[in-house]
Design a protein around this ligand. Sequence first.
Ligand SMILES: [Fe+2]
Ligand SMILES: [Fe+2]
Length: 324
Amino acid sequence: MERRVISSTLDTVFEFDYSVQAEDMRSLYEKAKRDQWNASRDIAWDTAERDDGRVLADELIDIHGSPMWERLGETDRVELNRRIAAWRLSVLVYGEQGAMLACSQLVNIVEGTDEKFFQATQVADEARHNEVLERYLQARLGGLHYPMPDNERFLFDAILTDPRWYIKTIALQLVAETFAVSMFRMMSQAAADPVLRQICERILQDESRHMGFGMLSLPGVLKEATESERREMEDFTCLALEKVLTGFFPLEAYQDAGFSRAQIDEVRSYRRDAAARNDYAVYRKFFRRDMHTSMVNNLVRIGLLTDRVRPRLADLGVALTAVA
Ligand SMILES: [Fe+2]
Ligand SMILES: [Fe+2]
């Protein structure tokens, strides 16, 4: 079995004061305990699959509605639907593994009992997400997996090797999880398979809590940061945003569905044109608006939407007007 060893050094902070110090953080921990669920028990795995075999709405496939799509027969459309779904879910399953590992480091590094307790719950949450998505791939998509994209690998390497908790939190709980909340929201709406919808809804509840950890813990760090620390945090925010927002193209899914190199080039150019015209299917439009709005609002709340960050965000196509 393939595995990857990432070397890192981190400080472990052993606390002796277990009283409540940060009430907001402690109540997030209380919510986490209250809202635990079990992937074995709480997902209706025996729900019948759809007769046509679709997992996601066809509208989530880049070429939906294009002349290429019109040329495909029903069997090919369904196959592409399942392969694209497996590609997306593979990306998410690696993200959950990475999040679990990063949070296990955070349990060690963060100061404060309330913070450590919450991070301990996030470790369990991310293990469950890793588990439930893997189960879905096995149960509904024949165990089909696609490799971890380079951008995702790069981002998690950066998260897992940086020794500072707030750098990990900026990349994970702020950038990646703000993105994940919108992604799971879109997938729950666009799921054709009710089991997938149920899984996305469950994960979504946990992810908003995780995003909450960043919202509670980061503003204080920004307030006390020196100029050079602030610049470093800004740069890391932009780096994480770039890795999350670019470079995700389900190449292997198209290849396995029998698309030739020329046809894949056609898919890419159709995608680029659609992006330039902002001509997305309704689910994607909703996703972009939702994600841009929450990303911008979260950056504002934390104090990271600075003059250095704004133009770089705009270059990535994030609509800064989203902020109220
Ligand atoms: Fe997760
Ligand atoms: Fe999470």
